[in-house]
Design a protein around this ligand. Structure first.
Ligand code: ZN
Length: 140
């Protein structure tokens, strides 16, 4: 999957893999819990998720009304920017969703806006590049 500020989530468990592009909207509608549910239906019981680079909760500024709407659905995503305005922390919200589902998390996050070595739509605009998250099942 490709992303530049949205949270990439790669999942593996018992020979089943999944990938979810979870930005604010994806977190709000529960794309990661839906992916875990689909993986469990395919036989995965113990699942591990890797969270990749995203626009962090200290940088991802949103209007106050948007934060109120999103955090009513995913309270753990409530955040404030480093300059004191309303923000959303998508990884914090997804971590809470995964904890509720008893999924182990490997945190490989970094902030795309703060790091000049990562692509960021917010920092660079529509011409920004994208990072790719890749997961593959090995042949048995
Ligand atoms: Zn940041």
């Amino acid at each position: 999957m490709r992303a530049a500020d949205c949270l990439p989530v790669l999942l593996v468990g018992d020979g089943v893999i999944g990938a979810a592009h979870s930005g604010r909207k994806g977190m709000y509608v529960g794309i990661v819990p839906a992916t875990v549910d689909a993986m469990r239906k395919l036989g995965a019981s113990r699942i591990t998720a890797v969270l990749g680079p995203y626009a962090c909760g200290k940088c991802y500024e949103v209007p106050a009304e948007m934060r109120a709407e999103v955090t009513a659905q995913v309270p753990a995503s409530y955040s404030e920017t480093s300059w004191g305005t309303p923000a959303i922390d998508v990884a914090a919200g997804v971590r809470a969703q995964l904890a509720d589902l008893d999924v182990e998390v490997i945190d490989a996050t970094a902030c795309t806006i703060e790091s000049g070595s990562l692509y960021s739509y917010r920092r660079e605009g529509p011409e920004s590049g994208r990072m790719a998250g890749l997961i593959k099942l090995a042949a048995r």
